[in-house]
Design a protein around this ligand. Structure first.
Ligand code: URA
Length: 211
C-alpha cells in the first residue's frame, strides 16, 4: 500500500515481537509484556519529530546548552480498553506526557463505535496528541476518537496501532487524511466480524486474559 501518511515500522525488533504476539499459544503475561516492549520501540519512531526546548545543564565539567522534550505538551490518548497496553509502554519512555482516555465500545451488531467516556487534559489547543489503539480494524473507533479530539483543536494528531488492514487504513484516511498512521503491520483483510486476518485475535481479551 503506497501512502505517505502511513508509517510502517519494520524494524526487526518490532517485527520479531509482533510475530511472538500473534502466536495463539502466547500467555497473557507474555502478550502483555511484548505489547509493552513493542510500544516502547514504536514510540522511538512516532516521536521522531517531536518539539524540543532549550535548557542549560551543568555537566561535572562545565555548563552547556542542550535540548529536552517537553513531555507536558504531548498527550497520549488511549482508546479504552485495549489502548492501555500501548499507553503503558509509551509512558515508560516519555514519562512526562499527559494522558487522555476515550471509552468506546464496538456495537457487536453494527460494529459502530459508541462513546461512554471522554476525559482529556486542559488546554488541548497547546498540545500534540498521539492516539493509541492496538488494532485499526474497521476504523470506526479510531475515526470517532479523532473526530471528538478535533473538537478540542489540538496542535496535531497522530494515530498509533500495532496492526491494521487495507480496510482500516482506507477508512481512516478517508475520514482523517491529515492524521498520520503508525503501524507495525498491514495485514491481509478484515473478516465479517470486523477482525483482522491473520491478525492476533482480540487484543483486549489477550492482554487482560478475559477469554
Ligand atoms: N480488535 C481486535 O482486538 N482484534 C481485531 O482483529 C480487530 C479489532
Amino acid at each position: 500500500m503506497q501512502n505517505n501518511n502511513v508509517h510502517l515500522i519494520d524494524h526487526p525488533l518490532v517485527q520479531h515481537k509482533l510475530s511472538l504476539m500473534r502466536n495463539k499459544e502466547a500467555s497473557t503475561n507474555s502478550f502483555r509484556r511484548l505489547l509493552n516492549e513493542l510500544a516502547m520501540l514504536m514510540t522511538y519512531e512516532v516521536t521522531r519529530d517531536v518539539a524540543m526546548q532549550d535548557v542549560e545543564v551543568e555537566t561535572p565539567l562545565e555548563k552547556m546548552k542542550t535540548k529536552v522534550i517537553d513531555g507536558k505538551k504531548l498527550v497520549f490518548v488511549s482508546i479504552l480498553r485495549a489502548g492501555t497496553g500501548i499507553l503503558d509502554g509509551m509512558l515508560s519512555v516519555v514519562p512526562g506526557a499527559r494522558v487522555g482516555h476515550i471509552g468506546l465500545y464496538r456495537d457487536p451488531k453494527t460494529l459502530m463505535a459508541v462513546e461512554y467516556y471522554f476525559k482529556m487534559p486542559q488546554n488541548m489547543e497547546e498540545r500534540d496528541v498521539i492516539v493509541v489503539d492496538p488494532m485499526l480494524a474497521t476504523g470506526n473507533s479510531a475515526i470517532a476518537a479523532v473526530e471528538r479530539l478535533k473538537e478540542l483543536s489540538p496542535k496535531s494528531i497522530k494515530f498509533v496501532c500495532l496492526l491494521t488492514c487495507p480496510e482500516g487504513v482506507q477508512a481512516m484516511q478517508q475520514a482523517h487524511p491529515d492524521v498520520p498512521i503508525f503501524t507495525a503491520a498491514i495485514d491481509r483483510q478484515l473478516n465479517e466480524h470486523g477482525y483482522i486476518l491473520p491478525g492476533l485475535g482480540d487484543a483486549g481479551d489477550r492482554m487482560f486474559g478475559t477469554k
